[in-house]
Design a binder for this molecule. Structure first.
Ligand SMILES: *Cc1c(COP(=O)(O)O)cnc(C)c1O
Length: 449
């Protein structure tokens, strides 16, 4: 075991060292090498070192280097070394974070992290949370709590009786809600298409004044961090508009919720603390390893009512059992790397991370526009939309940028306009990386007619 784990550590360090020089995208050859994995089930056992050697030698080039300094695709964070280290320990300890009894340390670190994140993100005192795989499942989990609350107020026990025959629930979303939100709504039996869509403004923010009059059970899904522009819905205004009704306001804040952790950007999310639930990711802006997301609910009893299981072999607990708040029973102790990262960064470190990413996004916009490229959005947070002209030219240039390998960014279509989307969320990115990336973008754009 010692030999295997020590040699694996050496492989990991070698990978980290290679990150700055390797192409961000995998080469055709590294993809071709994967053919070696397509083989029949081995009849005989083989040496563990040889297995890991095959994985590392053939596998380590065959992915986008998302933990490197110049990855700006989708919205994908890197991972702090301290978060990787805590993750390793939790994995070595083989932690199953379903029940307090199995892992008091895993359960306690979740509880501490919930309080710390609640404070950082300015959520109401007493807010509870489930530690899930990401924002998709966080939306699902928080909206299950919403479903429980809204229908129990209408005299219906949805956990016992399901949705068949239940009072109808009106679901309000914005025209630019994230696609995964619709998936969550579908999984909850609300239907992906049985929604009322509210128009958005020129930056993709829900128009609060277009909300319908609320009567009857209603869930309003708002957004902090538009996947294209980074803009934030006027959540406080929306909460004020429906105050007094029993509407539940949910916030999909997969990355944008973290604006609240910076004194400089908290104005964007001002008022969102009046909502009832919030979904966010750890693996995006907090830069912990995959998979990590949080479903925050102001009144955790609703979350517990939706998620807790009861069985005779599971003794009632006087402690917080993590599985009372998540879809899973058995799962990894993802609170450990969250705690380690928050402990390492502190309040100032998290704010600095958010501010550094946003200022790098601003620098991208500045350099690119000074060089004649058009920025389509107001760069209010960490997202930058760059246009190179026609859709056809944009497609060509984005492809060439990806093949060049200096950086990686992807294409998007937003409000009918094609663009290249740059998302700055990695802890690893430095100012020189932004400059180097801009050089590559400008060079490649010039070379393509
Ligand atoms: C990324 C994102 C999601 C989905 O998050 P996952 O962690 O990939 O499940 C949902 N909503 C928004 C606004 C996002 O940016």
């Amino acid at each position: 075991m010692e030999k295997l784990l020590t040699s694996t550590l050496q492989r990991v360090l070698k990978y980290y060292k290679s990150l700055n020089d390797r192409n961000v995208a995998p080469t055709d050859q590294t993809i071709k090498n994967l053919d070696a994995f397509i083989e029949p089930l081995p009849e005989k056992s083989s040496d563990a070192d040889a297995v890991i050697d095959k994985l590392d030698t053939l596998g380590s080039g065959a992915f986008l280097a998302t933990s490197g300094r110049r990855f700006f695709g989708f919205v994908i964070g890197g991972s702090y070394p301290v978060s990787v280290a805590a993750n390793w320990l939790a994995t070595a300890w083989d932690q199953n974070c379903g029940l307090y009894k199995i892992t008091p340390i895993g359960a306690i670190l979740e509880q501490v992290s919930i309080e710390w994140m609640g404070e950082l993100l300015n959520l109401p005192k007493g807010t509870g949370a489930g530690f899930v795989t990401g924002a998709t499942v966080a939306n699902f989990t928080a909206l299950a709590a919403a479903r429980n609350a809204i229908l129990s107020q209408a005299g219906w026990d949805v956990e016992a009786n399901g949705l068949i025959g239940a009072p109808p629930v009106k679901i309000i979303v914005s025209e630019e809600a994230h696609p995964t939100l619709f998936k969550s709504l579908g999984m909850l039996g609300f239907g992906r298409e049985r929604v009322t869509k509210i128009p958005v403004d020129g930056q993709g923010r829900m128009k609060a004044e277009m909300l319908p009059v609320i009567n009857g059970p209603t869930i309003i899904c708002t957004q902090a961090g538009n996947i294209n522009t980074g803009s934030v819905d006027p959540i406080g205004k929306i909460c004020d508009a429906v105050q007094g009704s029993k509407a539940w306001v949910h916030v999909d804040g997969a990355f944008g919720l973290w604006a609240a952790a910076s004194p400089k950007y908290a104005h964007l999310t001002q008022g969102m603390e009046k909502a009832d639930s919030w979904a966010t990711d750890g693996h995006k802006w907090l830069n912990v390893p995959y998979d990590s997301g949080f479903a925050f609910v102001k009144n955790p009893e609703y979350l517990k009512a939706a998620m807790a299981i009861r069985a005779d072999y599971l003794p009632a607990s006087e402690f917080r059992d993590p599985s009372d708040y998540t879809p899973e029973l058995s799962r990894r102790a993802r609170g450990m790397e969250v705690w380690a990262t928050l402990k390492h960064l502190g309040r100032e470190g998290v704010a600095e991370l958010v501010e550094r990413c946003c200022s790098h996004a601003g620098l991208f916009a500045k350099i690119l526009s000074e060089n004649g490229l058009r920025i389509l959005n107001e760069v209010v947070l960490n997202q930058v939309l760059v246009s190179f002209g026609s859709a056809e030219r944009i497609e060509k240039i984005v492809k060439a940028i990806q093949e060049d390998g200096t950086l990686w960014a992807g294409p998007t279509l937003w409000q009918g306009k094609s663009a290249m989307r740059i998302s700055v969320v990695s802890q690893a990115t430095r100012t020189e990386d932004v400059e180097k990336s801009c050089e590559a973008i400008i060079r490649i754009a010039k070379s393509i007619k």
